[in-house]
Design a protein around this ligand. Sequence first.
Ligand SMILES: Cc1cc2nc3c(=O)[nH]c(=O)nc-3n(C[C@H](O)[C@H](O)[C@H](O)COP(=O)(O)OP(=O)(O)OC[C@H]3O[C@@H](n4cnc5c(N)ncnc54)[C@H](O)[C@@H]3O)c2cc1C
Length: 389
Amino acid sequence: MSGRARCGLSTDDLTFFFDAMHAPLAATARDVALSDAVDSHDPFALAKLFAEKGLLRACVPASEGGLAKGVDVRAVCLVRESLGWAGGLADTVFAMQGLGSYPIVLAGTDAQRSEYLPAVLDGSSLAAFAITEEEAGSDVASMATRARRDGDGWVLDGAKTFISNAGIAGHYVVFANADPSQGRRGITAFIVRPSDPGFVFAGEIPMMAEHPIGTIRFEGCRLPGDRLLGAVGDGFKIAMGTLDVFRSTVGAAALGMARRALDEALDRVTSRRQFGKALAEFQSTQAYLAEMATELDAARLLVYRAAWAKDGGAPRVSLEAAMGKMYATEAAQRIIDRALQLHGGTGVVRGNAVERLYREVRALRIYEGTTEIQRLVIATQLLAEHAKK
Ligand SMILES: Cc1cc2nc3c(=O)[nH]c(=O)nc-3n(C[C@H](O)[C@H](O)[C@H](O)COP(=O)(O)OP(=O)(O)OC[C@H]3O[C@@H](n4cnc5c(N)ncnc54)[C@H](O)[C@@H]3O)c2cc1C
């Protein structure tokens, strides 16, 4: 763990949100986060590492005698918090195994679950979730990718962009409209393999932080009938059901990144001396630290409240998850910015942990629903409840 700050990750303070099974998982995730292996730049090596350490079981549910329905959201959050502390790529690889397989957990047949999930769980295959298009980002329902029946099978035409794991995934859960006259009720989910005729990997998109991502196209892409996921027209529900589970976990990744920034800041201000004193002795430094720690705690409470509510059986946690995701990602950006400020010039040197975090945290305010879209979700629910009173 050379070059790492002392790790402040702990679940001791939020015990009321957790069950007995969470403590050993959090300990394993923390060990992985502190290991040198987690610094790998190879997504396949990282997926294998997470499989070997048992972490993937948290996001690809398996139970004795088969694959269980549903994931424990708190478990996914705990792992993402630790991996976010360690590095953005590690978090992305872990999260995508969940995001790209959960629609199959949710809506797949037993045959589909047995065919696709074991390879995701053992880390030998990477998963992808493809909904975004060039002209359909926040407004996903306006997607232009079309699906038409062709005998027993289907043909897809269109393109998806900003797809994490594009070019390296073993399967993609793809959303296409099978009946545009029905609007969002025409959206249908499919499982696509890169070997399917008419599937084209159109290239990587270079990002400001390490993240495997790119564009895929479907040029008369032929799929056998058993690639339909759920019923025709269920795609929007499947996509939203998946995001409802994973949205708060994006907040958890942000918590890990923010905790890392606070740990780095604490190390720095207690070791760096100016004007004959440690930086930590200046009141303005202490004010920064106090604000960072308080915002981090507030964010943790919101994220784990959402995860705990979902695990407790709440049918939808859109409001809680939106609050957790929005607040944690925005707060993490502020906390990391302050940590960088406390590092002075060192903070903007390439390769410094806070410089890396500053780049890595940015995308979290955008993907799986931007901050502005989370605000819409929160306000819409608030106003609907007010109207009922
Ligand atoms: C790192 C990364 C990984 C991603 N991975 C995936 C993936 O694996 N699969 C996938 O399908 N997609 C993925 N995405 C895409 C991501 O989900 C979209 O970028 C996101 O939904 C926003 O869409 P957009 O980029 O088209 O922005 P736009 O929708 O064009 O939004 C631009 C701006 O307008 C604002 N805006 C839009 N509509 C409204 C409104 N109604 N009210 C107020 N403001 C509004 C937005 O908040 C934003 O600030 C990824 C993106 C990134 C950056």
